[in-house]
Structure formats: structure tokens, C-alpha cells
Design a protein around this ligand. Structure first.
Ligand SMILES: *Cc1c(COP(=O)(O)O)cnc(C)c1O
Length: 221
């Protein structure tokens, strides 16, 4: 058994049953991705359209593909046919573009709304107070379904310091669920990465996006 599948199996055995791992596969080969799938990981996250277009058709195994990177509107046409969920929706024009292209593909695209939970300038995602108004604005789009929230949180040395941002995002998730916006089904809360997934799970994450701890340090042969 290779180190990648060993890492993946270890994480899968440690996390609670209701949490799913999204293997963050940026800069990884199809062979490396196959190893995590063999270990039992069922969701793969990709950040880059060009990479995804090369690697996804190579993978025959049945898994769910999540787009987790920053989206340029002109790339949505490639993302929609390839992916099963888009985790990084943070503007009305982007939501409208996804809706239009999903309609063209006869598809309904599950999406998560990205939250800038630490309210950092220049960071992707909506400010927490804008999330519910945003969802009320886009819920009528017929070919997307809002299914939850995603957050990165700030880059901090001590992952324990991310806890308040994860907690606040969970509270926002509950608030949105309580607002019962038609067609919005709050099922997924995506937060936590290699250094912080344990804390994110304690704070209510249902999806954790893990790269380095599964695949090893990037650009290593
Ligand atoms: C790379 C990446 C991750 C995983 O990061 P690691 O620290 O390698 O686990 C999670 N989410 C997003 C959006 C990423 O780009």
C-alpha cells in the first residue's frame, strides 16, 4: 500500500461517519488521485480548470468532483459539464452564468456559497452579513441548487485560532437553514484543511478539504 492511500485510510478511519473528505488534488496526477479513491475517498476537489480537464476524463472510478478554486466567469463553461458541485460561488453574475450553462447541459448544479468568514479584504467569498440576502437573490435560478456554505478562513499559524471563524460560519449555516428559502437545502458545510480539519469537524463541518496530509507536500516527486 502506498503512502498516499495509507494517509487517506488513516484520515477516513479517524473522522466521524457523517463527515466526508474532499481530497484536494491540485497539482496531483491521475495515478495519485486513483490511490485515494482506492483507499475509499469518494470526493475529489480541483482548483484549476485546465488541470481538471486533463485529469477528470482519465479517472474511470465513480467519484464526485468538487470545484474548490477561484472561478473566472469565462471558465464556467468548462466547469459545469465536468463537476458535480461548485463550492466557491460568491457573486450573482457567477451564479447566473452557472445557471445558464447548467441549463444548456440539462443539468442542475449543486453549489455552496463561499463565505469570507474573517472578513479579510481582497479575499474571495461573501461577507457573512451578505450571505442570506445573496441566497434570497439567487434561489429562483432554476439550474442551480444552494446546498450549503464553504469557508477557507484566514491563514494562521495556530489552527486553533481558526475555531471562532468556523464557529461563526456554522452559526450562519444554521441561520440560513432556519430562513427556509425555497429550493435551498442546507446540507453541506465545507471547512477545514490539512492543519485544521479536526477543529472544523468539532465546529460542525460536514465536508473537509484535505490536500497535503493525504498527498504529501506539493511538487514532491
Ligand atoms: C489546496 C486547498 C485545500 C487543501 O489544503 P491543504 O492544506 O493542502 O490540506 C483546501 N481547500 C482549498 C480551496 C484548497 O485550494
Amino acid at each position: 500500500m502506498g503512502i498516499i492511500s495509507e494517509n487517506a485510510r488513516k484520515i477516513l478511519s479517524e473522522i466521524p461517519g457523517h463527515v466526508r473528505v474532499v481530497a484536494a488534488a491540485k497539482a496531483r496526477t491521475a495515478g495519485e488521485i486513483r490511490e485515494v479513491i482506492e483507499a475509499g475517498v469518494t470526493l475529489i476537489g480541483e482548483n484549476y480548470v485546465q488541470e481538471a480537464r486533463a485529469v477528470i476524463p482519465e479517472i474511470r472510478e465513480r467519484v464526485g468532483w468538487h470545484f474548490i478554486g477561484h472561478i473566472q466567469t469565462n471558465k464556467v463553461k468548462y466547469i459545469v459539464p465536468l463537476f458535480d458541485m461548485i463550492e466557491t460561488v460568491d457573486s450573482v453574475p457567477l451564479a447566473q452564468t452557472i445557471d445558464r450553462l447548467a441549463g444548456r447541459h440539462g443539468k442542475i448544479m449543486p453549489v455552496l456559497v463561499e463565505v469570507n468568514s474573517a472578513q479579510e479584504p481582497q479575499k474571495a467569498g461573501l461577507l457573512p452579513e451578505d450571505v442570506l440576502p445573496f441566497i434570497r437573490q439567487i434561489h429562483t435560478l432554476e439550474h442551480i441548487r444552494v446546498q450549503g456554505l464553504m469557508t477557507m478562513g484566514p491563514f494562521l499559524d495556530d489552527p486553533e485560532h481558526l475555531r471562532p471563524y468556523f464557529r461563526a460560519t456554522r452559526e450562519l449555516f444554521v441561520e440560513v437553514a432556519g430562513a427556509t428559502v425555497p429550493r435551498v437545502e442546507m446540507k453541506h458545510l465545507s471547512m477545514g484543511m490539512s492543519d485544521s480539519y479536526r477543529i472544523a469537524i468539532e465546529e460542525g463541518a460536514s465536508l473537509v478539504r484535505i490536500g497535503t496530509r493525504i498527498f504529501g507536500t506539493r511538487n514532491q516527486a
